[in-house]
Write a protein that binds this ligand. Structure first.
Ligand code: ATP
Ligand code: MG
Length: 259
């Protein structure tokens, strides 16, 4: 058996609706093997982002984890204190967010924002941090790192900003990267380059990736295995090519037929 980087077991997340509460993630179990790329796919509102945000414990106040375990390095993240979670988040688990709200702050330079992650999580001195940020910017394939460092987020194109966010998410060399719809809103050629970048990072840094997307094309190019979600439940998991070739679940079949 390949060791697992993360193992989610019977996760339940609920949302309060007046007096009632409804499970938006309903007994979900999902594992990611070390050094692998797993695609979490499903329609809008199926609960994909909620799973990603549960792992790093950044759920909106209205949402509550009601059960289950999220084992990371053998420990249940759901039992960790807020300060312990702040150490894990960004250091051992990086995240590229779907919500622009969590993305770069428009009033600070891109390089400074990546630098801030290193300042918080490492003991590198000022010069080493700057050098590391330039290296990261280069690593994600952005040209002229010195210039990008000084740019404000709005000065970059969508694809460049996405790369810069990936640079920020991998700054501390996390073991797991959660990427939530990292290629949505990008044109296909830029999408293909981001896919290549993920493949590269997976190989070079032994980075495990949970790729959250509704785009089965991206999954088929990038992911070793796939988990299909609908209505808060995972209805099918398996090796990507096997699931794509012969889906066992009706919902997966429907998803494949309309992509
Ligand atoms: N803060 C919140 N308050 C109330 N309901 C929420 C909140 N966040 C998510 N939900 C509900 O939880 C369900 C799952 O949402 P989630 O964002 O995880 O879906 P998703 O699969 O990521 O969808 P998408 O593909 O559109 O990003 C949805 O029905 C959504 O309306
Ligand atoms: Mg989402």
């Amino acid at each position: 058996m390949v060791p697992k980087i993360i193992k989610i077991q019977n996760l339940i997340v609920s949302v309060k609706q007046g007096e009632q509460s409804k499970n938006i993630v309903d007994k979900v179990s999902l594992s990611i093997a070390e050094n692998s790329i797993v695609g979490l796919v499903g329609g809008s509102g199926s609960g994909k982002t909620t799973i990603g945000l549960s792992i790093i414990r950044l759920l909106a106040a209205a949402l509550k984890i009601d059960g289950g375990e999220i084992l990371f390095e053998g420990y249940n993240l759901l039992t960790y204190s807020g300060s312990k979670m702040r150490e894990i988040r960004g250091k051992k688990i990086g995240m590229v967010f779907q919500e622009p709200l969590y993305a770069f702050n428009p009033v600070f330079r891109v390089g400074e924002q990546i630098n801030e992650v290193l300042r918080f999580h490492t003991r590198l001195d000022v010069n080493k941090r700057k050098a590391k940020v330039l290296e990261l910017i280069d690593m994600v394939g952005l040209p002229y790192p010195d210039k990008i460092y000084e740019n404000y987020p709005h000065q970059l194109s969508g694809g460049m900003r996405q790369r810069a966010m990936i640079a920020q998410a991998i700054a501390t060399e996390p073991k797991l990267l959660i990427a939530d719809e990292p290629t949505s809103n990008l044109d296909v050629t830029v999408q293909a380059k981001i896919i290549e970048l993920f493949q590269d990072l997976n190989k070079k840094l032994n980075l495990s990736i949970l790729l959250i997307t509704h785009d089965l094309g991206v999954v088929s190019h990038l992911c070793d295995s796939i988990a299909v979600m609908t209505n808060g439940k995972i209805v099918e998991t398996g090796k990507t090519d096997e699931v794509m070739r012969s889906p066992k679940d009706k919902y997966t079949e429907a998803l494949l037929s309309c992509s």
